[in-house]
Ligand binder design. Structure first.
Ligand code: PMP
Length: 394
Protein backbone atom coordinates (compact mmCIF):
# COMPACT_ATOMS: atom_id res chain seq x y z
CA UNK A 1 0.00 0.00 0.00
CA UNK A 2 1.29 3.47 -0.88
CA UNK A 3 0.98 5.93 2.00
CA UNK A 4 -1.10 9.03 1.51
CA UNK A 5 0.73 12.07 0.23
CA UNK A 6 -1.68 14.95 -0.01
CA UNK A 7 -0.78 18.38 -1.32
CA UNK A 8 1.76 20.56 0.44
CA UNK A 9 -0.88 23.25 0.67
CA UNK A 10 -3.07 20.82 2.60
CA UNK A 11 -0.10 20.06 4.85
CA UNK A 12 0.36 23.77 5.57
CA UNK A 13 -3.34 24.08 6.21
CA UNK A 14 -3.33 21.25 8.73
CA UNK A 15 -0.33 22.86 10.43
CA UNK A 16 -2.02 26.25 10.69
CA UNK A 17 -5.30 24.82 11.97
CA UNK A 18 -4.11 22.08 14.29
CA UNK A 19 -5.26 23.78 17.49
CA UNK A 20 -8.66 24.62 16.06
CA UNK A 21 -9.26 21.11 14.74
CA UNK A 22 -8.23 19.64 18.04
CA UNK A 23 -10.57 21.93 19.94
CA UNK A 24 -13.57 20.87 17.88
CA UNK A 25 -12.72 17.17 17.68
CA UNK A 26 -10.98 16.37 20.92
CA UNK A 27 -11.89 18.74 23.74
CA UNK A 28 -14.72 19.28 26.21
CA UNK A 29 -16.48 21.25 23.46
CA UNK A 30 -17.38 17.90 21.90
CA UNK A 31 -19.45 17.06 25.00
CA UNK A 32 -21.75 20.01 24.37
CA UNK A 33 -25.32 18.74 24.06
CA UNK A 34 -28.28 20.93 23.19
CA UNK A 35 -30.57 18.26 24.63
CA UNK A 36 -29.25 19.07 28.09
CA UNK A 37 -31.25 22.01 29.50
CA UNK A 38 -28.28 23.05 31.62
CA UNK A 39 -25.99 23.61 28.64
CA UNK A 40 -24.81 27.21 28.28
CA UNK A 41 -23.56 27.50 24.73
CA UNK A 42 -21.43 30.64 24.32
CA UNK A 43 -19.04 28.93 21.96
CA UNK A 44 -19.71 30.25 18.47
CA UNK A 45 -22.18 32.71 16.99
CA UNK A 46 -24.81 30.04 16.63
CA UNK A 47 -28.53 30.58 17.26
CA UNK A 48 -29.88 29.28 20.57
CA UNK A 49 -33.43 30.54 20.02
CA UNK A 50 -35.99 29.95 17.29
CA UNK A 51 -35.36 31.88 14.06
CA UNK A 52 -37.32 35.06 13.32
CA UNK A 53 -40.82 34.03 12.15
CA UNK A 54 -40.50 36.41 9.18
CA UNK A 55 -37.35 34.55 8.16
CA UNK A 56 -39.16 31.23 8.20
CA UNK A 57 -42.14 32.65 6.30
CA UNK A 58 -39.90 34.07 3.60
CA UNK A 59 -38.13 30.74 3.12
CA UNK A 60 -41.46 28.92 2.98
CA UNK A 61 -42.99 31.40 0.57
CA UNK A 62 -40.10 31.31 -1.87
CA UNK A 63 -39.72 27.53 -1.66
CA UNK A 64 -42.97 27.17 -3.63
CA UNK A 65 -42.10 27.23 -7.33
CA UNK A 66 -43.95 29.70 -9.52
CA UNK A 67 -42.57 28.46 -12.84
CA UNK A 68 -40.71 25.43 -14.21
CA UNK A 69 -37.36 27.27 -13.99
CA UNK A 70 -37.64 28.05 -10.31
CA UNK A 71 -34.97 25.55 -9.30
CA UNK A 72 -32.81 25.91 -12.39
CA UNK A 73 -29.11 26.73 -11.90
CA UNK A 74 -28.74 30.11 -10.28
CA UNK A 75 -25.92 32.60 -10.63
CA UNK A 76 -25.90 36.31 -9.77
CA UNK A 77 -29.66 36.66 -10.20
CA UNK A 78 -30.66 40.25 -11.03
CA UNK A 79 -33.52 40.38 -8.50
CA UNK A 80 -31.15 39.36 -5.69
CA UNK A 81 -28.38 41.72 -6.84
CA UNK A 82 -30.92 44.54 -7.00
CA UNK A 83 -32.26 43.80 -3.52
CA UNK A 84 -28.79 43.70 -1.97
CA UNK A 85 -27.72 46.90 -3.76
CA UNK A 86 -30.97 48.59 -2.70
CA UNK A 87 -30.27 47.75 0.93
CA UNK A 88 -26.72 49.11 0.71
CA UNK A 89 -27.86 52.28 -1.07
CA UNK A 90 -30.54 52.91 1.50
CA UNK A 91 -28.48 52.26 4.62
CA UNK A 92 -25.21 53.81 3.46
CA UNK A 93 -26.35 56.53 1.09
CA UNK A 94 -23.81 55.37 -1.50
CA UNK A 95 -24.85 54.57 -5.09
CA UNK A 96 -23.87 50.88 -5.23
CA UNK A 97 -24.75 49.38 -8.62
CA UNK A 98 -26.57 46.09 -8.72
CA UNK A 99 -24.18 44.75 -11.38
CA UNK A 100 -21.41 45.15 -8.82
CA UNK A 101 -23.02 42.73 -6.37
CA UNK A 102 -21.93 39.08 -6.52
CA UNK A 103 -24.03 36.61 -4.58
CA UNK A 104 -22.14 34.17 -2.39
CA UNK A 105 -23.11 31.52 0.10
CA UNK A 106 -21.84 33.55 3.01
CA UNK A 107 -18.68 35.46 3.81
CA UNK A 108 -16.57 32.29 3.67
CA UNK A 109 -17.04 32.15 -0.09
CA UNK A 110 -16.89 35.93 -0.50
CA UNK A 111 -13.51 36.09 1.24
CA UNK A 112 -12.19 33.11 -0.71
CA UNK A 113 -13.17 34.68 -4.02
CA UNK A 114 -11.59 38.05 -3.21
CA UNK A 115 -8.38 36.35 -2.11
CA UNK A 116 -8.21 34.24 -5.27
CA UNK A 117 -8.93 37.28 -7.38
CA UNK A 118 -6.03 39.36 -6.07
CA UNK A 119 -3.32 37.01 -4.78
CA UNK A 120 -1.17 34.42 -6.56
CA UNK A 121 0.69 31.61 -4.82
CA UNK A 122 3.56 33.08 -2.84
CA UNK A 123 1.94 36.51 -2.56
CA UNK A 124 1.34 37.94 0.89
CA UNK A 125 -1.97 38.82 2.50
CA UNK A 126 -2.08 40.75 5.75
CA UNK A 127 -4.71 40.08 8.38
CA UNK A 128 -5.08 41.71 11.76
CA UNK A 129 -4.71 39.74 14.93
CA UNK A 130 -6.62 38.75 16.98
CA UNK A 131 -8.50 37.49 13.94
CA UNK A 132 -11.54 35.48 12.95
CA UNK A 133 -9.92 32.07 13.13
CA UNK A 134 -10.33 31.06 9.48
CA UNK A 135 -8.49 33.92 7.75
CA UNK A 136 -5.23 32.05 7.96
CA UNK A 137 -6.70 28.91 6.34
CA UNK A 138 -8.46 30.79 3.58
CA UNK A 139 -5.21 32.58 2.69
CA UNK A 140 -3.11 29.40 2.90
CA UNK A 141 -5.66 27.42 0.87
CA UNK A 142 -5.16 29.85 -2.01
CA UNK A 143 -1.39 29.33 -1.87
CA UNK A 144 -0.73 32.81 -0.50
CA UNK A 145 1.24 33.61 2.63
CA UNK A 146 -0.64 34.92 5.68
CA UNK A 147 1.02 37.83 7.45
CA UNK A 148 -0.39 38.56 10.86
CA UNK A 149 -0.23 42.09 12.26
CA UNK A 150 -1.18 42.69 15.86
CA UNK A 151 -3.74 45.38 16.66
CA UNK A 152 -3.04 47.88 19.44
CA UNK A 153 -3.98 45.89 22.54
CA UNK A 154 -4.64 48.96 24.66
CA UNK A 155 -7.44 50.16 22.37
CA UNK A 156 -8.01 47.18 20.05
CA UNK A 157 -7.69 49.69 17.20
CA UNK A 158 -5.65 48.90 14.07
CA UNK A 159 -1.93 49.50 14.45
CA UNK A 160 -1.42 51.34 11.18
CA UNK A 161 2.33 51.76 11.72
CA UNK A 162 2.71 48.02 12.20
CA UNK A 163 0.66 47.41 9.05
CA UNK A 164 2.90 49.82 7.15
CA UNK A 165 6.00 47.96 8.33
CA UNK A 166 4.51 44.61 7.30
CA UNK A 167 3.85 45.65 3.70
CA UNK A 168 6.33 44.35 1.13
CA UNK A 169 6.36 44.23 -2.65
CA UNK A 170 4.56 40.87 -2.38
CA UNK A 171 1.65 42.28 -0.36
CA UNK A 172 -1.51 42.01 -2.42
CA UNK A 173 -4.23 42.56 0.13
CA UNK A 174 -5.19 43.27 3.69
CA UNK A 175 -8.28 41.85 5.36
CA UNK A 176 -9.93 44.32 7.71
CA UNK A 177 -12.82 43.16 9.88
CA UNK A 178 -14.94 45.85 11.50
CA UNK A 179 -16.86 45.47 13.76
CA UNK A 180 -14.22 43.00 14.78
CA UNK A 181 -14.56 39.38 15.82
CA UNK A 182 -13.31 38.79 18.52
CA UNK A 183 -12.56 42.28 19.96
CA UNK A 184 -15.90 43.95 19.16
CA UNK A 185 -14.03 47.07 18.03
CA UNK A 186 -15.40 49.33 15.29
CA UNK A 187 -12.46 51.06 13.62
CA UNK A 188 -12.82 54.84 13.63
CA UNK A 189 -12.82 56.91 10.44
CA UNK A 190 -9.46 58.53 11.32
CA UNK A 191 -7.78 55.14 11.62
CA UNK A 192 -9.25 54.03 8.31
CA UNK A 193 -8.01 57.23 6.68
CA UNK A 194 -4.50 56.62 7.98
CA UNK A 195 -4.71 53.05 6.72
CA UNK A 196 -5.89 54.31 3.32
CA UNK A 197 -2.92 56.68 3.12
CA UNK A 198 -0.51 53.82 3.90
CA UNK A 199 -2.15 51.50 1.34
CA UNK A 200 -2.18 54.23 -1.30
CA UNK A 201 1.51 54.99 -0.75
CA UNK A 202 2.41 51.27 -0.90
CA UNK A 203 0.35 50.77 -4.05
CA UNK A 204 2.16 53.69 -5.72
CA UNK A 205 5.53 52.50 -4.49
CA UNK A 206 5.12 49.01 -5.93
CA UNK A 207 3.10 49.97 -8.99
CA UNK A 208 0.05 47.79 -8.23
CA UNK A 209 -2.82 48.11 -5.79
CA UNK A 210 -2.78 46.64 -2.32
CA UNK A 211 -6.47 45.66 -2.07
CA UNK A 212 -8.53 46.06 1.04
CA UNK A 213 -10.90 43.15 1.70
CA UNK A 214 -13.46 44.52 4.11
CA UNK A 215 -15.13 41.76 6.12
CA UNK A 216 -18.36 43.42 7.23
CA UNK A 217 -20.10 40.34 8.61
CA UNK A 218 -21.16 42.28 11.74
CA UNK A 219 -21.82 45.68 10.19
CA UNK A 220 -25.43 45.54 11.42
CA UNK A 221 -24.63 44.17 14.88
CA UNK A 222 -23.70 47.51 16.40
CA UNK A 223 -24.42 48.64 19.98
CA UNK A 224 -25.19 51.94 21.70
CA UNK A 225 -24.87 54.91 19.39
CA UNK A 226 -21.73 53.74 17.69
CA UNK A 227 -21.56 54.45 14.00
CA UNK A 228 -20.17 51.82 11.69
CA UNK A 229 -17.82 53.30 9.11
CA UNK A 230 -17.12 51.01 6.19
CA UNK A 231 -13.42 50.85 5.29
CA UNK A 232 -14.65 50.70 1.67
CA UNK A 233 -15.73 54.33 1.99
CA UNK A 234 -12.20 55.48 2.77
CA UNK A 235 -10.11 53.58 0.19
CA UNK A 236 -11.03 52.92 -3.44
CA UNK A 237 -9.46 49.50 -4.07
CA UNK A 238 -11.87 47.79 -1.69
CA UNK A 239 -14.11 44.74 -1.72
CA UNK A 240 -17.10 44.71 0.61
CA UNK A 241 -17.75 41.18 1.92
CA UNK A 242 -21.08 40.53 3.60
CA UNK A 243 -23.05 37.63 5.06
CA UNK A 244 -26.64 37.49 6.29
CA UNK A 245 -25.63 34.82 8.80
CA UNK A 246 -25.17 37.38 11.60
CA UNK A 247 -28.00 39.83 11.04
CA UNK A 248 -30.49 36.94 10.82
CA UNK A 249 -28.58 34.58 13.14
CA UNK A 250 -28.98 31.81 10.58
CA UNK A 251 -25.43 30.90 9.57
CA UNK A 252 -26.59 27.50 8.32
CA UNK A 253 -28.61 29.14 5.54
CA UNK A 254 -25.72 30.32 3.45
CA UNK A 255 -26.40 33.76 2.02
CA UNK A 256 -24.09 36.72 1.44
CA UNK A 257 -22.45 38.83 -1.22
CA UNK A 258 -19.39 40.73 -2.31
CA UNK A 259 -20.05 44.29 -3.49
CA UNK A 260 -17.70 46.61 -5.36
CA UNK A 261 -18.14 50.15 -4.11
CA UNK A 262 -18.73 52.69 -6.89
CA UNK A 263 -15.32 54.21 -6.12
CA UNK A 264 -13.49 50.98 -7.11
CA UNK A 265 -11.45 51.81 -10.23
CA UNK A 266 -12.05 49.82 -13.41
CA UNK A 267 -15.08 47.95 -12.15
CA UNK A 268 -15.96 46.48 -15.57
CA UNK A 269 -12.84 44.33 -15.69
CA UNK A 270 -13.33 43.22 -12.09
CA UNK A 271 -16.94 42.24 -12.77
CA UNK A 272 -15.85 39.92 -15.57
CA UNK A 273 -13.13 38.33 -13.48
CA UNK A 274 -15.30 37.99 -10.45
CA UNK A 275 -17.85 36.12 -12.51
CA UNK A 276 -15.16 33.67 -13.62
CA UNK A 277 -13.73 33.38 -10.12
CA UNK A 278 -17.19 32.43 -8.88
CA UNK A 279 -17.22 29.44 -11.21
CA UNK A 280 -13.56 28.50 -11.14
CA UNK A 281 -12.72 29.03 -7.48
CA UNK A 282 -16.02 29.24 -5.71
CA UNK A 283 -17.24 25.82 -6.86
CA UNK A 284 -20.54 27.40 -7.87
CA UNK A 285 -20.68 28.91 -4.38
CA UNK A 286 -23.72 31.02 -5.12
CA UNK A 287 -26.71 30.88 -2.78
CA UNK A 288 -29.46 28.46 -3.65
CA UNK A 289 -32.60 29.36 -5.59
CA UNK A 290 -34.82 29.86 -2.54
CA UNK A 291 -32.37 32.13 -0.74
CA UNK A 292 -31.78 34.28 -3.80
CA UNK A 293 -35.53 34.70 -4.26
CA UNK A 294 -35.97 35.47 -0.58
CA UNK A 295 -33.14 38.00 -0.37
CA UNK A 296 -35.39 41.04 -0.90
CA UNK A 297 -37.55 39.95 2.05
CA UNK A 298 -34.57 39.02 4.22
CA UNK A 299 -32.41 42.11 3.71
CA UNK A 300 -34.51 44.38 5.97
CA UNK A 301 -34.94 41.73 8.68
CA UNK A 302 -32.62 41.76 11.66
CA UNK A 303 -32.40 40.04 15.04
CA UNK A 304 -33.08 42.03 18.20
CA UNK A 305 -29.77 43.88 18.55
CA UNK A 306 -30.97 45.62 21.71
CA UNK A 307 -31.47 42.21 23.32
CA UNK A 308 -27.90 41.28 22.42
CA UNK A 309 -26.75 44.59 23.88
CA UNK A 310 -28.60 43.93 27.14
CA UNK A 311 -26.97 40.53 27.35
CA UNK A 312 -23.57 42.11 26.67
CA UNK A 313 -24.18 44.55 29.52
CA UNK A 314 -25.46 41.90 31.92
CA UNK A 315 -22.38 39.77 31.28
CA UNK A 316 -19.80 42.58 31.25
CA UNK A 317 -21.17 44.00 34.52
CA UNK A 318 -21.29 40.58 36.20
CA UNK A 319 -17.81 39.62 35.00
CA UNK A 320 -16.33 42.95 36.10
CA UNK A 321 -17.94 42.63 39.51
CA UNK A 322 -16.47 39.14 39.79
CA UNK A 323 -12.98 40.50 39.13
CA UNK A 324 -12.53 39.74 35.44
CA UNK A 325 -10.85 42.29 33.24
CA UNK A 326 -13.21 42.79 30.30
CA UNK A 327 -13.99 45.59 27.85
CA UNK A 328 -17.43 46.46 26.52
CA UNK A 329 -17.54 45.63 22.78
CA UNK A 330 -19.03 48.19 20.39
CA UNK A 331 -20.56 45.51 18.18
CA UNK A 332 -20.52 41.80 17.18
CA UNK A 333 -21.53 38.84 19.33
CA UNK A 334 -18.37 38.56 21.42
CA UNK A 335 -16.85 39.42 24.79
CA UNK A 336 -13.15 38.82 25.37
CA UNK A 337 -12.45 38.69 29.14
CA UNK A 338 -9.14 37.84 30.71
CA UNK A 339 -8.91 34.29 31.95
CA UNK A 340 -8.15 34.04 35.70
CA UNK A 341 -5.98 31.07 34.80
CA UNK A 342 -3.24 32.03 32.31
CA UNK A 343 -3.88 28.63 30.72
CA UNK A 344 -7.10 29.66 28.92
CA UNK A 345 -7.71 26.16 27.55
CA UNK A 346 -7.61 24.71 31.06
CA UNK A 347 -9.96 27.44 32.24
CA UNK A 348 -12.38 26.72 29.38
CA UNK A 349 -12.23 23.04 30.32
CA UNK A 350 -13.15 23.84 33.92
CA UNK A 351 -16.13 25.90 32.75
CA UNK A 352 -17.13 23.11 30.37
CA UNK A 353 -17.20 20.71 33.34
CA UNK A 354 -20.01 22.95 34.63
CA UNK A 355 -21.63 22.92 31.14
CA UNK A 356 -20.60 26.49 30.34
CA UNK A 357 -18.94 26.46 26.94
CA UNK A 358 -16.60 29.28 25.87
CA UNK A 359 -13.81 29.54 23.33
CA UNK A 360 -10.24 29.55 24.69
CA UNK A 361 -8.51 32.77 23.61
CA UNK A 362 -5.52 30.86 22.26
CA UNK A 363 -7.69 29.84 19.30
CA UNK A 364 -8.09 33.49 18.33
CA UNK A 365 -4.48 34.50 19.04
CA UNK A 366 -5.28 35.92 22.47
CA UNK A 367 -3.78 33.53 24.98
CA UNK A 368 -4.85 34.29 28.53
CA UNK A 369 -8.34 35.36 27.49
CA UNK A 370 -11.53 33.57 26.52
CA UNK A 371 -14.37 34.46 24.14
CA UNK A 372 -18.03 34.46 25.12
CA UNK A 373 -20.74 34.72 22.47
CA UNK A 374 -23.81 36.68 23.57
CA UNK A 375 -25.93 34.57 21.22
CA UNK A 376 -26.52 32.36 24.29
CA UNK A 377 -29.99 32.93 25.75
CA UNK A 378 -30.83 35.07 28.82
CA UNK A 379 -31.47 31.83 30.74
CA UNK A 380 -28.01 30.57 29.82
CA UNK A 381 -26.52 33.87 30.96
CA UNK A 382 -28.30 33.71 34.34
CA UNK A 383 -27.25 30.11 34.86
CA UNK A 384 -23.66 30.87 33.88
CA UNK A 385 -23.09 34.04 35.94
CA UNK A 386 -22.60 32.23 39.28
CA UNK A 387 -20.36 29.72 37.52
CA UNK A 388 -18.19 32.53 36.11
CA UNK A 389 -18.12 34.09 39.62
CA UNK A 390 -17.07 30.86 41.29
CA UNK A 391 -14.43 30.23 38.59
CA UNK A 392 -12.92 33.68 39.23
CA UNK A 393 -12.63 32.98 42.97
CA UNK A 394 -10.91 29.66 42.45
N1 PMP B 1 -16.06 36.78 9.02
C1 PMP B 1 -16.21 36.86 10.35
C2 PMP B 1 -15.51 37.95 11.09
C3 PMP B 1 -16.99 35.90 11.02
O1 PMP B 1 -17.11 35.97 12.35
C4 PMP B 1 -17.62 34.88 10.27
C5 PMP B 1 -18.46 33.82 10.93
N2 PMP B 1 -18.23 33.57 12.24
C6 PMP B 1 -17.44 34.87 8.89
C7 PMP B 1 -16.66 35.83 8.29
C8 PMP B 1 -18.07 33.81 8.04
O2 PMP B 1 -19.42 34.07 7.91
P1 PMP B 1 -20.37 33.01 7.19
O3 PMP B 1 -20.25 31.72 7.97
O4 PMP B 1 -21.73 33.57 7.32
O5 PMP B 1 -19.90 32.83 5.82
Amino acid sequence: MVPHRLSDTMGRLVESERALMQFFTDSPATALSHDDPETCDFLAGNPQEMALPEFVEAIQRWATPQDPHWFAYKFNEPYAQEAAADGLRERRGIPFESDDVFLTNGAFTGLTLCLRLVADPGDEVIFCSPPWFFYRSLIVAGGAVPVSVRVDEATWDLDVDAIESAITERTRAIIVNSPNNPTGRIYPAETLDRLAAVLTAASERYGRPVYLISDEAYSRIVFDDHAFVSPTERYPYSFLVYTYGKQLLTPGQRLGYVALPPTMPDRESIRERFWLAQIAFGGHGVPNAVLQRALADLDPLIVDVKALQRRRDRLVDALEAAGYEVHRPEGTFYLLPTSPDPDDAAFARRLADRKVYVLPGTLVDTPGRFRISVTGTDEMVERAVPIFEAAARR
